[in-house]
Write a protein that binds this ligand. Structure first.
Ligand SMILES: [Zn+2]
Length: 267
């Protein structure tokens, strides 16, 4: 063997042994910070599963798995709205994402029904009507600049920027929601209940695309059992990470330089 080949091989071997060669890490072009919001927490238990496991525990386990996988597989960072088993007000969760200027907000929940029958996955985005109500509210109130629109010092300008952000975010949210919904129902072989629009409180005021994922019905005996298993939670987490990567690719292919906020505040 030629000497340079041996040297190259030795270098590669050394890098491998010292951990410099890792499983390929995807570089995301648009998404930097993803806020994961495990629903409920603390005395707010969420729904009670058929098997006695509470929603707050299942969604926390999934959020942690998404966070780990996102860090391992991409160069994006996940931030959680709660670190442990504590109660966090809804308004605080979205304010946290706005302050971080997050690129994506994913709220994780489990569905529940009085009947044991309903099952499957569904994803919610903010309805157009709720968005219009938000924008009407903004035009009436003095907006305290926070988050991305903080550079617009004038409250009226801040309100305009915030409104623009919310409308742009809503359009992108639909795209991510479709992606994550199809990934989840496919990889978990779960009933696909589709993407739905609702006036969801947690998504109001979000300056980035936001979705609420109902990962399954814990009132259903089969899904309650599945959702409590680490292996099934791994599947859910990976489906979400894959959707984030795909969503980033669609964003980077259509995005022109400069964000809505930057152009609105004249940066
Ligand atoms: Zn919930």
């Amino acid at each position: 063997m030629h000497r340079t080949h041996v040297t190259t091989l030795l270098v590669i071997l050394t890098m491998f042994l010292t951990g410099q060669v890792q499983a390929e890490e995807k570089r995301l072009t648009v998404l930097r910070t993803v806020v994961l919001d495990p629903g409920h927490g603390g005395e707010n238990l969420g729904a009670l599963g058929f098997n006695g496991v509470y929603e707050k525990k299942i969604v926390m386990a999934i959020a942690l798995k998404v966070s780990e996988r996102l860090a391992d597989q991409t160069d994006a960072t996940a931030k959680l709205t709660r670190e442990g088993d504590e109660s966090v007000p809804l308004a605080r969760r979205i304010a946290f994402a706005n302050e971080l200027q997050a690129d994506l907000f994913i709220s994780l929940h489990c569905n529940s029904s009085f009947s044991q029958k309903p099952m499957g996955v569904e994803t919610f985005v903010l309805s157009e009507k709720a968005l219009e109500e938000e924008s009407a509210k903004l035009s009436r109130q003095v907006v305290t600049p926070r988050g991305l629109y903080a550079s617009a010092a004038d409250p009226a300008a801040a309100a305009v920027v915030k409104e623009m952000l919310q409308f742009a975010a809503h359009r992108d949210a639909r795209g991510f929601a479709e992606q994550v919904q199809s990934n989840l129902s496919r990889s978990m072989r779960a009933v696909d209940r589709g993407v739905k629009e609702l006036p969801i409180i947690i998504l109001r005021g979000a300056e980035m695309p936001g979705v609420v994922i109902e990962v399954g019905f814990i009132s259903n005996p089969v899904e309650a059992r599945n959702l409590s298993k680490a292996s099934y939670q791994d599947l859910v987490a990976q489906a979400i990470v894959d959707a984030i990567v795909r969503y980033d690719a669609t964003l980077s292919s259509k995005r022109v330089p400069g964000t809505v906020a930057e152009s609105a505040i004249g940066k």
